[in-house]
Design a protein around this ligand. Sequence first.
Ligand code: NAD
Length: 357
Amino acid sequence: MKFNIAVLDGDGIGPEICAGAIEVLDAVGRKYGHDFIFKHYPIGGCAIDECGDPLPERTIEGCMASDSVLLGAVGGYKWDDMPVDKRPEKGLLRIRKALGLYSNIRPAKLWKALAKASPLKYELVKDGVEIIIVRELTGGIYFGERGRGTGNGGEYAWDTEKYSVAEIERITRIACELATKRSGKLVSVDKANVLESSRLWRRTVHEYCARNYPQITVEDVLVDNMAMQIVKNPAQFDVVVTSNIFGDILSDEAAQVTGSIGMLASSSLGDGKRGLYEPIHGSAPDIAGQDRANPVATVLAAAMMLRDSFDLPREYAAIETAVQRTLDDGWRTADIMEEGKREVGCKKMAALIAERV
Ligand code: NAD
């Protein structure tokens, strides 16, 4: 099969890690008979340098014309003093909006081979952990009505958490699709003992699943309990669906459990199959251009693209297994280096994974 992939390399280590992911995708293409066609477009600081806009029109058009989008990272010292709406990061918000992406999926995966990197006790994580948080991205309190005023008690401010059934249903669908490809278990996180919006959230998730995904079992967990359980027994979770604000906080907590941001990927999806796949880390300007970046997060983002945008679960698994074998064989980039292992740069790490595909 043939797939057109728009590559937004971005700044800092962006081009190095994207090159690594492309090498691995090419290996998958050769093995399974797919044709991946890559077209590169500017975003972030390099786009500002080129045309004064962090998200040029031709980048949006290129993404819209592609089957899916792979993104490196944006930002760097050079653009730190620019006005807020001209900053490289603005390009990220705008591309998500332009592509109609309303969900963010972040697997916090701790590989067995890296269990010692976790800040949690070894016994809790020795068999590895994978918590996939599906976060609603365009609604809730971050986008609700807000304001300030002055009353008897002095100055006050307020924000509103508001969700419609349609918004909850569409994010639930994305979580259910993922859960179907995995354990068939879904955890929905809310604060239904206090918040009205959470009570609607809980009812809608259950009704939607019962109607459309009866094979999935849904468990509700209150957000405060979830925050505890992630550090107490992270291995109990698989796919978790939650609102914008809860997802923001819990996904960072879960990422910390893994101990290495160079290994974590994420995706943003909307109604169609096209998604935006990227590492969770930034452009790491401190190590850019030195062949010291860990390409694994971006390689795994590319793997998620194969599974979730192109419906190629076997090819997804091939990349995951190749990463696993590379780690088991003792290869490490500097950020995950341990005593007794072999340290390699970004290029070599990607080549080792591609070889194992
Ligand atoms: P960062 O994630 O870029 O780096 C934090 C630390 O982790 C650094 O020491 C870096 O060297 C290290 N690191 C990150 N990715 C790594 C990798 N793949 N391999 C090895 N080490 C890695 O965060 P920061 O330093 O706060 O931000 C740097 C720039 O990135 C800023 O301009 C920021 O705005 C931008 N940023 C972009 C994104 C994005 O594009 N999605 C996300 C976060 C930050």
